[in-house]
Design a protein around this ligand. Structure first.
Ligand code: AR6
Length: 230
């Protein structure tokens, strides 16, 4: 079901922008939506800012909120390579999803998961079908392969989502918390990777970036505006 749009914030120069890029029809819309309506379970229960682009038949969204409250097929966790749990998104997902997520992860992947890759587990009490545990890079100044590793982690999740027949996936801003990746750099890299994947694979149908803070949402929305061709 579509979200209730309570206020449409037109962006005169950008709204309903239509651009032919690689034969894809791209529109950009910026909404402020009221999501406390229980008929709209795809979003968390707070007023959220939402930015949308349509890429062919897929949709990429930026939303400010808590990833554990998203109703999507796959929720991505920003994990460590031991898959042993931690703080940030990892802590929130294990706390909201319950112990079955860690039990399943440890049973299936006792060796952990290398940086730049992702693995799938059950989603416990979360409304998703799967949790995809992605391991992003630790930021060491940017000359240690961090951009390639970050893009690789996002691609691994999207590939897994397609293989597992998930039509919707929610990402946090991988590596931008404990791992210290600068948010502006991460935003451009992550969004470009997602847009490229959607263009090539024409899936998943919905890719949602769930940004925890206003600052993170701002960084991602600025980066998205730069990526979408004028
Ligand atoms: N929903 C959405 N985003 C969130 C949430 C949430 N509930 N909570 C935090 N964020 P981080 P990393 C944002 O540190 O940098 C863990 O200990 C947060 O503001 O969770 O990849 C793991 O076990 C930030 O922008 O992940 C690893 O050891 C982003 O999510 C390590 O941290 C990512 O922050 C991974 O570090």
């Amino acid at each position: 079901m579509q979200p209730v749009i309570v206020r449409h914030k037109p962006q005169p120069e950008r709204n309903f922008q239509k651009t032919n890029v690689a034969a894809l029809f791209v529109t950009v819309e910026l909404y402020e939506i009221l999501t406390s309506d229980s008929r709209h379970p795809g979003y968390s229960s707070e007023r959220e800012r939402l930015m949308i682009i349509n890429i062919g038949h897929s949709r990429l969204e930026l939303v400010q909120g808590d990833i554990t409250r998203q109703s999507v097929d796959a929720i991505v966790n920003a994990a460590n390579s031991q898959l042993c749990g931690g703080s940030g998104v990892d802590g929130a997902i294990h706390s909201a999803g319950g112990p079955s997520i860690m039990a399943d992860t440890q049973k299936r992947y006792p060796e952990g998961c290398p940086t730049g890759k992702a693995v799938a587990s059950v989603a416990g009490n979360l409304s998703a079908k799967y949790v995809l545990h992605a391991v992003g890079p630790v930021w060491r100044g940017g000359r240690d392969g961090e951009p390639a590793m970050l893009a690789s982690a996002y691609r691994a999740c999207m590939k897994l989502a397609v293989e597992l027949q998930c039509s919707s996936i929610a990402f946090p801003a991988i590596s931008t918390g404990v791992y210290g990746y600068p948010i502006d750099l991460a935003a451009g890299n992550s969004l470009k990777t997602a847009v490229d994947f959607i263009k090539w694979h024409k899936a998943p149908s919905l890719v949602r970036f769930v940004l925890f803070s206003e600052g993170a949402f701002g960084a991602f929305s600025r980066a998205l505006e730069e990526i979408v061709p004028q």
